[in-house]
Design a binder for this molecule. Structure first.
Ligand SMILES: Nc1ncnc2c1ncn2[C@@H]1O[C@H](COP(=O)(O)OP(=O)(O)O)[C@@H](O)[C@H]1O
Ligand SMILES: [Mg+2]
Length: 355
């Protein structure tokens, strides 16, 4: 703790100051105490980091802290001896916006007289971010579920009217209902999958033949993707991988489904299995599609994150494929990342631990 901050430790006797200073700097939460005139009495180095102002000691409280509610909290402690807690107070720091739970209490002398107020700023930024993610997730899920449901309901209602009125059934309505129903089913299945992965479902890791499993998934996807023809190139430099069979299939299906979906017909897709070092086995799936712009890459593995929202939904995806891949790789003790330059296609790399 600097000399200047130490010199602010007025309320303590000189011989106690060293001890108090050490104590304060050991506290991980920023704290600030003011006297009855709203002048800073003491603060720790964490508070100094939070409010990057070299002159804190010379200012009044409202110049140091702009949040009105916090200033009022200090006033309540000073004038009425009341303690307050204020949730999610925002601070704009050099590293970005942070959120704090601020607890303010009066400081009293042994005779009970109030001589100041102490505020403790507890960092709740991560909690706040998690809360925001949960809110966004529920909003996204509801939106994704409603779209096919609205469609199914609309076509069913029309068919019902036709039936009642004795008109002939429209075949294309039935197809639309079937298409939207399977989209809804896929979405619900993906959501359930994600939650079982998050709940920590146990993996059954065994030694698997990379060539067999890859061939099977490619054939399965090629037969279901209709007329769209792609050249698939295999390169098997590592014949085995230690993984959960069902989960590895999911990784392959999700990544290859994207590669087929986002590569124009006739384009080439390369699947390569290798062991880049003694500790890991690597799967690389490269396509010749549009690639993924750098600004989207960091968020690509988030649930429902899509580069081109309209196009991706149209092609029937759930927006959860890559989030599932990421979870599966993490559960295997491995990782997944993307290597892509716009226009140069995309390469998804999955790294599995050797054992
Ligand atoms: N091989 C790829 N080439 C280009 N963009 C891709 C590729 N794979 C994934 N993306 C982008 O990442 C997004 C998320 O993928 P994913 O989680 O599988 O959802 P979905 O395929 O259902 O849209 C896609 O919407 C797309 O914008
Ligand atoms: Mg997908």
């Amino acid at each position: 703790m600097s000399r200047k901050i130490l010199s602010k430790l007025n309320p303590f006797r000189r011989k106690d100051r060293g001890e108090q200073a050490a104590l304060m700097s050991a506290i991980s939460d920023p704290l600030l105490a003011v006297d009855i005139h709203n002048a800073p009495l003491f603060y720790n180095s964490k508070f100094n980091l939070l409010v990057d102002d070299k002159e804190i000691g010379k200012r009044r409280l409202w110049k140091v802290i702009v949040d009105h509610e916090v200033v009022q909290g200090y006033q309540a402690a000073l004038s009425e001896g009341r303690s307050t807690s204020i949730k999610a107070v925002q601070f704009h720091t050099a590293t970005g916006t942070m959120f704090f739970l601020v607890t303010i209490s009066p400081l009293r002398r042994s005779n009970g007289k109030i001589y100041g107020a102490l505020g403790v700023f507890h960092d709740v930024t991560e909690l706040k971010q998690a809360e925001q993610m949960r809110i966004d997730f529920v909003a996204n899920v509801s939106h994704e579920l409603r779209t096919p449901l609205t469609s199914i309901k609309g076509y069913t209602d029309t068919l019902m009217e036709d039936f009642v009125a004795g008109r002939p059934m429209e075949e294309k309505f039935i197809h639309a209902i079937a298409r939207n129903t399977s989209r809804l089913m896929n979405l619900v299945e993906d959501l359930l999958d994600l939650s079982s992965l998050e709940a920590g479902s146990v993996l059954q890791k065994i030694e698997l033949e990379t060539e067999d499993i890859t061939n099977r998934i490619v054939r399965q996807l090629q037969s279901s993707s209709g007329g769209k023809k792609h050249t698939v190139v295999f390169q098997i430099d590592s014949s085995v991988v230690f993984a959960d069979p069902r989960r590895l299939e999911q990784v392959l299906v999700n990544l290859l489904d994207n590669a087929f979906k986002y590569t124009p017909p006739g384009g080439q897709i390369t699947i390569k299995w290798s062991a880049p070092n003694q500790d890991s086995v690597e799967l690389r799936i490269s396509d010749k599609g549009p690639g993924i712009p750098l600004e989207h890459q960091a968020r690509l593995f988030e649930r429902f994150y899509r580069v081109d929202k309209a196009r991706s939904r149209e092609s029937g995806g759930t927006g959860l494929g890559l989030a599932i891949v990421k979870h599966i790789m993490q559960r295997h003790g491995g990782s997944v990342w993307i290597e892509s330059t716009p226009g140069g296609g995309a390469t998804f790399v999955c790294q599995f631990p050797m054992k």
